[in-house]
Ligand binder design. Sequence first.
Ligand code: ADP
Length: 312
Amino acid sequence: MHALVVEQLRKVYRTGFEALKGVDLRVEEGDFFALLGPNGAGKSTLIGIVTSLVNKTAGSVRVFEHDLDHEPEAVKASLGVVPQEFNFNLFLPVAEVVINQAGYFGIPRREAKARTEFLLKKLDLWERRRSEMRLLSGGMKRRLMIARALVHRPRLLILDEPTAGVDIEIRRAMWDYLRELNAEGTTIILTTHYLEEAESLCRNVAVIDHGRIEAVAETQALLAGLDTETFVLNLRRPLGQLPQIAGFGLTAVDATTLEAQLRRGQSLNELFAALGAQGVEVVSMRNKQNRLEQLFLEMVARGRSGTAARAA
Ligand code: ADP
């Protein structure tokens, strides 16, 4: 069964801006799925539609076979949502935030309290259960949003940029907990613009850009498809002329800066040795783009050459 099926989804905002241009997407039950894309790609719009915060212009959404137009309540009951923005009453004590949420789903208060205790302990917030929301750190608030999203035991958990602004240690702990939830059977979809996050958590990934799905693939396969990497090399002395090294694409940026393009399988050591043999000494280097940017660039290039990645 599919946890989520989105077909020909379009969103035109009131400004006339078309944020989603006919998106098709399928996520299998049990999957850990990333919706990956740069800022402005349309990720939040897509999540917003699935979670009934944004009205769609056209197309259809089904969650565990329930159609959003015909069975919105069944869709809501199947979904847990962790939005990007904190949207609680800041003066409410932590435990009440979760218990109240359970109330919206008709869960009796006794049961709600038991579930809240379980979740707050699990997410390391139990000690703070009586604190007002506003006194929590950013990472704690984020964890509280996860507890709140889980209290009605949704089969699909959707997180919009779950670790934006969360510090490294808390990020790791959150990742561990999400992995555990997924292993126990909860389907998880998260949006991210960090390739690293998709890489370390998600089995499958859809890449979205400018309101279109550019690719859907297994995360590992997608990463293995990265063809080239560009490095910026800073040189000790100004170049006389551009070195020619067989197999490597070199471009002079200025007298003491070179750009080098490496294909898969080519090594930096090989390049440094060849440059050294021509009297060119490298003092430092960095990646020109991060790997996500590289991925997008390659996809755009492939699209132009007529071999656009499959959109499932
Ligand atoms: P992402 O989550 O990938 O960063 P969004 O879905 O938030 O992208 O935004 C996609 C595009 O839609 C952006 O260009 C954004 O400016 C535009 N957009 C988002 N919300 C609105 C709105 N309420 N009105 C008009 N344009 C919007």
